[in-house]
Design a binder for this molecule. Structure first.
Ligand code: MGD
Ligand code: MGD
Length: 748
């Protein structure tokens, strides 16, 4: 992996101390790279004769939303660094955060509103004014509402700025809105933990890594998955001697630091979890006092897991029974300071809510929910609001299946793939238009062939983005949003930090070209549509003041510091004796046994369901993150592209030998439907099971207008032509794709 030379990805010999040093060095290196990249060095406060102003704001290079200080000279952002006053991220910023100026100054950025002139997909546009663009959209939305009802417009948002447009869409009258953060990311986890504890985990996850004695990572590939405060807390835990169990079919960065690496057969984690419960209960290693006080359903659970011995699980997971026993005992000894990491991207095999339930139950057996070193509790902070009229109710209900076909899906976050299905089938009613806002529907929703079919059936497609990603080629109207460094957004209110806090996003510079902030676009549309009643503020500062009014802080202080924290009550023992029970299930107890699932006809206690094996000659496609890229949004970023211009496909040494493939050789990946990837280099390694191959997500992009990212590497999403949908919440299980490497005849 050339760009990350020295990064502790696969080296068995890297000690913990070296790892921690490398993390620090990686941070420092990135900062140094950013300084070199900015090619300037300034005395504090000045750049030559120019005053350098530091603006505190919030990053959006990923969704952890770290605190940033933007150094601005002569209206130009010359450097980004972490904001030391930020209560969560405390001055730390990752490679992607440091590279934010390269998004701001990306020459490929969307610059003007564009109206399609050619065929859908051709990418032929003419430049139009904002007035023309907004008038066009207004007339289209009015006509769609009159002819097909406002529900015929589906909204695909993601990111802070989309919140203003979400208000507009609700006021317009459509209930059809869906983000990939649910059905392609953490939805099953939120549903599984809510069924068990009565409340979801949220983002950032309330994980007490620093205080943990034992960290259990089931897939979570910390180190490649980089959220600054989470990774630094992980490093702190390691330096304090915390032990790590990493369950991963691949020797991940986290596995290389672990005390136990369990290279599990993919898709069999529920069997492992059940066997762990069997040992904990059978050997009397659970936190009995905690269970008696807070939980119900223990007897049923005890009976349920009796047959799930380590030997039973060993045959399924291909892990030694002795290792399953040993790791369960390690948890029993370290409890309650055991952090069973709940995962984040957990839409894997279609039974994901049940796997999340198993993880939640294991957490409860160890007594670590609400306890030091486990999962801590959120602390609410008061939040102001405007008095708005009620949003119109749709008589036809939602089209994505949330609450109906998928009974436990979030109605707030929606089911993206449910909306794609509804568009293709016109069931339960026709969807005629999509508004895509900060979401990449072709890269983030699997079964892209279905997404394209849905788009072809639309009367109207609008994309609000910052870059000319492939999906804009299918749009009738493209609106260029100002980047996060050029705009205000809704403040970010975080209750899931040990000290809850509010942070501000404010412009560090004026929007470039003719790009406009999301709040402005939404408000201008509301004026044209007669929906101003839902926008009873005139400026974003006024909006901010109202939201933070009950917090007893001033706008000025917040803008100066970037983020302000409040006292937290993270543990069960901190809760006031008269406070509402921290467990918010119907029974008021942690539900080891779920009557709610039983009533839905689902397993009230998790059960292992076998996954399909790859056909002969094929490998299971698994995927994950690189520390220097976010999803499919940073591959065109000059600084990050220089660090990692493309991805490579991991293949085990044995499989490579069988196939006659050498390290560095180029192949295409072909799935069982005959869909082929772009050419990609092979990484031959001992660090992956023989039955899998691995790709970093986000590469292999199809837009010619992205000069650095176009056709570099292979797209995992393009190969995902089949998914297994979780019947409870609609999540797309994305690890049932099987591919075979085929030598690329065009390779040199
Ligand atoms: P996962 O998909 O759970 O993602 O990051 P995670 O939540 O950590 O984990 C991928 C790992 O699962 C890989 O190491 C893979 O080998 C392993 N795996 C594959 N199949 C199985 C299996 O059957 N069982 C087990 N036990 N393991 C398996 C995603 C997270 O990352 C998310 S959701 C977001 S929003 C952030 N995105 C992001 C980013 O884009 N870039 C960077 N640098 N960091 C990020 N952090 C976050
Ligand atoms: P991104 O690739 O970041 O992923 O799903 P998305 O959020 O859709 O696409 C974001 C889009 O917003 C890009 O087009 C980007 O140019 C644009 N954008 C960036 N900043 C702004 C802005 O400030 N304003 C506007 N208007 N647009 C902006 C992420 C989702 O993907 C998640 S959270 C996960 S965990 C899943 N991961 C995943 C995976 O690992 N593999 C596959 N195949 N699919 C996945 N889908 C999910």
């Amino acid at each position: 992996m050339p760009p990350l030379e020295g990064y502790p990805v696969m080296d068995n010999n890297v000690s913990r101390r070296q790892f921690l040093g490398t993390i620090a060095a990686a941070g420092a290196g990135t900062a140094a790279a950013a300084t070199v990249a900015n090619a300037q060095s300034h005395p504090p406060g000045w750049s030559g004769t120019q005053r350098v102003e530091k603006i505190a704001t919030t990053c959006e290079m990923c969704f952890w939303r770290c605190g940033v200080l933007a150094s601005v000279a002569d209206g130009k952002v010359i450097r980004l660094e972490g904001n030391p006053d930020h209560p969560l991220t405390k001055g730390r910023l990752c490679a992607r955060g440091n590279a934010g100026t390269r998004l701001l100054y990306d020459p490929d950025r969307l610059k003007y509103p564009l109206l399609r002139t050619g065929k859908r997909g051709d990418g032929q546009f003419k430049r139009i004014s904002w007035n023309e663009a907004l008038d066009f959209l207004t007339s289209k939305l009015k006509a769609l509402a009159a002819e097909h009802g406002p529900e015929s417009v589906a909204f695909f948002p993601h990111g802070l700025s989309a919140r203003f447009f979400s208000t507009l869409m609700k006021a317009y009258g459509t209930p059809n809105s869906a983000e990939p953060s649910f059905a392609q990311c953490r939805g099953p986890r939120e549903v599984g933990y809510t069924l068990t504890f009565g409340r979801e985990l949220g983002s950032p996850e309330p994980l007490d890594l620093e205080e943990s004695k034992l960290i259990v990572l089931i897939g979570s590939h910390l180190g490649e998955n980089v959220f600054t405060s989470q990774i630094t807390a992980f490093a702190t835990a390691l330096s304090r001697g915390a032990k790590v169990i990493a369950v991963d079919p691949r020797f991940s960065t986290a596995a290389s630091k672990a005390d136990w690496w369990l290279p599990i057969r993919p898709g069999t984690d529920i069997a492992l979890l059940l066997a762990w419960m069997h040992v904990l209960i059978g050997e009397d290693l659970c936190d009995k006092e905690y269970i008696a006080r807070y939980a119900q359903g223990f007897k049923e659970l005890e009976a349920h897991v009796r047959e799930f011995t380590p030997e039973w699980a060993a045959a399924i997971t291909e892990l030694p029974a002795a290792q399953i026993r040993e790791t369960a005992r390690a948890m029993g000894t370290a409890k309650p300071a055991v952090l069973v990491h709940p995962g984040r991207h957990v839409t894997w095999y279609g039974d994901d809510t049940q796997r999340a339930r198993a993880m939640a139950i294991l957490t409860a057996l160890l007594g670590s929910w609400g306890r030091k070193g486990g999962i801590f509790l959120p602390t609410p902070i008061p939040r102001g609001a405007f008095e708005l009229p009620d949003f119109p109710e749709s008589p036809r209900g939602r089209a994505d299946g949330a609450g109906t076909r998928f009974p436990l899906a979030s109605e707030e976050l929606g089911v993206t793939n449910g909306l794609v299905d509804a568009t293709v089938t016109a069931q339960p009613y026709p969807i005629k238009a999509w508004i895509v806002y900060g979401q990449n529907v072709l890269e983030s929703i699997p079964e892209p062939q279905k997404t394209r079919k849905a788009i072809e059936a639309l009367d109207l497609m609008v994309v609000v983005d910052v870059l000319p990603v492939e999906q804009i080629n299918y749009a009738d109207l493209v609106l260029p949003e100002a980047t996060y460094l050029e705009r205000y957004d809704s403040p970010s209110i975080v209750t899931t930090a040990k000290q809850p806090f509010v942070s501000v996003r404010q412009p560090a510079c004026e929007p470039l070209y003719e790009s406009k902030p999301g709040w402005w676009i939404a408000r201008e549309m509301a004026k044209r549509m007669g929906l101003e009643a839902w926008f009873p503020w005139h400026t974003p500062e006024e909006h901010l003041a109202q939201i933070i009014a009950p917090m007893e802080i001033s706008v000025e202080e917040l803008r100066n510091r970037g983020a302000l924290a409040f006292p937290g009550r993270p543990y069960l023992d901190d809760q006031a004796s008269d406070a509402e029970s921290p467990v918010r299930t119907g029974s008021g107890k942690i539900e080891l046994y779920s009557q709610e699932l039983k009533d839905l006809g689902a397993d009230p206690l998790p059960r292992y369901t076998p996954v399909e094996d790859p056909p002969t000659g094929y490998f299971r496609l698994i995927y994950g993150r690189s520390p220097v890229h976010s999803f499919a949004r940073t591959q065109n970023n000059e600084a990050l592209n220089a660090l990692m211009p493309d991805n490579e496909v991991w293949l085990s040494t044995r499989s490579a030998k069988d196939l006659g493939l050498r390290d560095g050789e180029r192949v295409t990946l072909e799935n069982t439907d005959g869909v082929k990837s772009l050419p990609v280099r092979v990484k031959v390694t001992e660090g992956i099971r023989r039955d899998c191959v691995y790709l970093v997500h986000g590469f292999g992009q199809g837009s010619k207008s992205l000069h650095l990212a176009f056709r570099r590497g292979a797209s995992d999403n393009a190969l995902m032509t089949h998914v297994k949908v979780d019947p409870l919440m609609g999540g797309t299980g994305m690890r049932g794709t099987f591919v075979r490497p085929v030598k690329d005849p065009t390779a040199h």
